[in-house]
Design a protein around this ligand. Structure first.
Ligand code: HEM
Length: 260
């Protein structure tokens, strides 16, 4: 078994998928264990709200970072003169993991909202209406969660096939959800508290990358938009149910494409 990350991802995709999934579940398991042990600290509600909210935002940023990370990794492999991993298609497995990362973000967001509704306002409509009036940052959180709902609902292969090219357009809502989540975080923080800004900077950077790429001459919506890139004919495998099948003309030569 090769230890090169690109080959490891390709040849041991299922194993890598489970490793990434397990790692993303560690914060939830830690929080669940602390709650079970009644060791959430002096303010358990605050701890639950903070951790679930932050992990929702972190997983959203991770999902958005996959497209630039794939490009950066193939570029790095060219610079390092690595025998593998120089083509974008060598990192297709990362794109296939994006759906799972997005769904984990949704799960943290849903847990965050449930903690709020159950432990903070106790499903009381009047208390919720008061919260909307007195804490307008809640509205930004609601907008972020409302954007995550259709993304999670259309994450199946069936929805992908039914929506066709509209699926990709709809899934640009991820950027809106991330921006609304950041606004929510900045708004609820006391003036002078700098904690939200690393998250804001990261999301803005990812958004800027996307805008710059779109404005660049020679922009290719599939390759640059983060779709899987077809492998060379000899390497094409039967598509698995996880894969988004894209039919495109053959790739340019590895050297040309990997530095595109
Ligand atoms: C209906 C939707 C939502 C409601 C009602 C809500 C409510 C809250 C509340 C009450 C807090 C704690 C405020 C405090 O400490 O005083 C909070 C914090 C937070 N929420 Fe939300 N939220 C919502 C959706 C979201 C979503 C979708 C995200 C992420 C994308 C998010 C990310 C955060 C973050 C990052 C924090 C701050 C955590 C910290 O202080 O470390 N929220 N939210």
């Amino acid at each position: 078994m090769s230890l090169h990350p690109a080959l490891l991802l390709k040849e041991r995709y299922r194993l890598c998928w489970w490793v990434v999934f397990a790692l993303l579940c560690v914060p939830a398991a830690t929080l669940g264990w602390a709650a079970w042990q009644e060791a959430l600290g002096p303010n358990p509600l605050e701890r639950l709200e903070r951790d679930t909210g932050r992990w929702a935002l972190i997983c959203l940023a991770l999902a958005l970072a996959i497209t630039p990370a794939r490009r950066a990794l193939s570029f790095l492999m060219v610079v390092l003169r690595s025998p593998d991993g120089k083509r974008l298609s060598d990192w297709n497995a990362l794109v296939r993991m994006r759906r799972m990362v997005g769904l984990v973000a949704f799960a943290y967001g849903a847990a965050h909202v449930l903690v709020y509704l159950e432990l903070d306002v106790g499903w009381d409509g009047a208390a919720l209406a008061d919260a909307f009036r007195e804490k307008p940052y809640i509205l930004a959180g609601l907008a972020a969660f409302a954007a995550l709902l259709p993304l999670a609902a259309t994450s199946t292969d069936f929805a992908m096939r039914k929506l066709g090219r509209y699926w990709k357009r709809l899934h640009r809502l991820t950027y809106f959800a991330a921006c609304a989540g950041c606004l929510h975080f900045v708004w609820l923080s006391k003036p002078g508290v700098l904690e939200p800004y690393p998250y804001v900077a990261l999301i803005l950077l990812l958004l800027a990358y996307r805008v710059i790429l779109r404005l660049r001459p020679g922009f290719h919506p599939g390759r640059d938009g983060g779709d899987e890139v077809p492998e060379r004919p000899s390497q094409v495998k039967r598509p698995e149910s996880e894969e988004l099948v894209t039919v495109r003309p053959p790739e340019p030569s590895p050297e040309k494409e990997s530095i595109a």
